[in-house]
Design a protein around this ligand. Structure first.
Ligand code: FAD
Length: 378
């Protein structure tokens, strides 16, 4: 793995950092407070090419690769984790369509996703009764004369209230993974109802909703990939998505560490800055070390994906380590802030709430350990 960034990667990282500092960061605290959706910021992400970082330029993507995507995600997440997950899921939807869609599906949807016309994309796999065990999903799609009729419920769908395009997994055959297919459903399709946004612990500026499909009719052309290959599509998409969540966790952790360093230099106790105390220094050292390790694991998984090599295990290792390390880093940052860290006066309180989800979504830490253990034992 080349540890030096190439020109494109450096350019994307620099422009994402600049956009994050100018546009994303100043709005982060307010989004967290009000739960408003960052519509204008998302349009800005589209203008920056950040809604399709790894998509081909002929579809309006930046065609900058997976490493660039991870670097950009870290920069945006450092400024606002809610905006970052909005960006992550939209990129993921674009990659699914690029990888598995027909030429007609790519032509129809990708320019609208990358250009902001759809605003965002949504990835609708989880259900009220099927999260980690996604193969147990019960949403069904039945063949009709002119296409498919979808019935069922989805849960926890990021961007659902603001998405122009939904990638939806539904059962078209028997039980288990082999009976699942993938569909592209456009916003406003009759029979698709968007539920009330969840009142979340963190990521409060992101939109998470349940979806109901009630005799939702879609044309034959809505089927993405072959009938029955939906589970494979989902798992491949999640492998890539885990690199994005790993990068998001690193961004949140980095913001928390920077805040902790600044506070430790400023805060006085026993007549000296608390940064003079070894107990504080060791917390800062541990956080820097863990974030650096997380960054290298993330870039390794991204590099493998970019090369077209197998990366399932590395993506899980990266997601597991980064998300758990970033939780520790944010926790230490609150500790270093003492009582002030427990108030909304300082951003570390938000970082700790935002980072919590990273060990849960796109596969919990337990599921990552299952994936890694399977590979270790094979
Ligand atoms: C804010 C947010 C946004 C989300 N966005 C999306 C989205 O855009 N699209 C989407 O499809 N989903 C989304 N999700 C869903 C998310 O991916 C699931 O919540 C996650 O996969 C876990 O599923 P679950 O909540 O049903 O928990 P469960 O699967 O019920 O797990 C409960 C607990 O049991 C553990 N567990 C389960 N099975 C095993 C096992 N075999 N061995 C050991 N432990 C196990 C889990 O690790 C967990 O600790 C989102 C969730 C949240 C909270």
């Amino acid at each position: 793995m080349d540890l030096e960034l190439n020109e494109t990667q450096q350019l994307i990282a620099d422009s994402a950092r600049d956009f994050a500092a100018r546009v994303v960061a100043p709005r982060a605290a307010e989004l967290d407070k009000t739960g408003a959706f960052p519509t204008e910021t998302v349009r800005g992400l589209a203008e920056q090419g950040l809604l399709g970082v790894n998509l081909a330029s002929r579809w309006g993507g930046a065609e900058a690769g997976v490493v660039s995507y991870a670097l950009a995600m870290t920069e945006i997440a450092k400024a606002c984790a809610s905006t970052a997950v909005t960006m992550a899921v939209t990129n993921m939807v674009g990659e699914v369509v690029q990888a598995f869609g027909s030429e007609a599906q790519r032509e129809e949807h990708l320019p609208k996703l990358t250009g902001g016309e759809y605003l965002t994309g949504a990835f609708a796999l989880s259900e009220p009764g099927a999260g980690s065990d996604a193969a147990a999903l019960t949403t069904v799609a039945k063949k009709a004369d002119d296409g498919w009729v979808i019935d069922g419920q989805k849960q926890w769908i990021t961007n659902g209230g603001y998405a122009g395009l939904f990638v939806v997994w539904a059962r078209t055959g028997g039980p288990g993974a082999k009976g699942i297919s993938t569909f592209l459903v456009k916003k406003g399709t009759p029979g698709l109802t968007i539920g009330r946004p969840e009142n979340k612990h963190g990521l409060r500026g992101s939109n998470t909703v349940p979806l109901t499909f009630d005799e939702c009719r879609v044309p034959q052309s809505a089927l993405l990939g072959e009938e029955g290959m939906g589970f494979r599509v989902a798992m491949m998409a999640l492998d890539g998505g885990r690199i994005g969540i790993s990068a998001q966790a690193i961004g949140i952790g980095t913001a928390a560490l920077e805040a902790a360093v600044a506070y430790a230099k400023d805060r006085q106790a026993f007549g000296r800055p608390i940064a003079d105390f070894q107990a504080i220094q060791w917390m800062l050292a541990d956080s820097r070390t863990e974030l650096e390790a997380a960054r290298l694991l993330c870039l390794r998984a991204a590099t493998l994906k970019e090369r077209g090599a197998a990366f399932t295990r590395e993506a899980s290792i990266s997601k597991l380590f980064s998300s758990e390390a970033a939780n520790r880093v944010c926790n230490r940052a609150v500790q270093i802030h003492g009582g002030y860290g427990y108030t909304r006066e300082f951003p570390v309180e938000r970082y700790l709430r935002d980072v919590r989800i990273t060990t849960i979504y796109e596969g919990t830490s337990e599921i990552q350990r299952m994936v890694i253990a399977r590979s270790v034992l094979s």
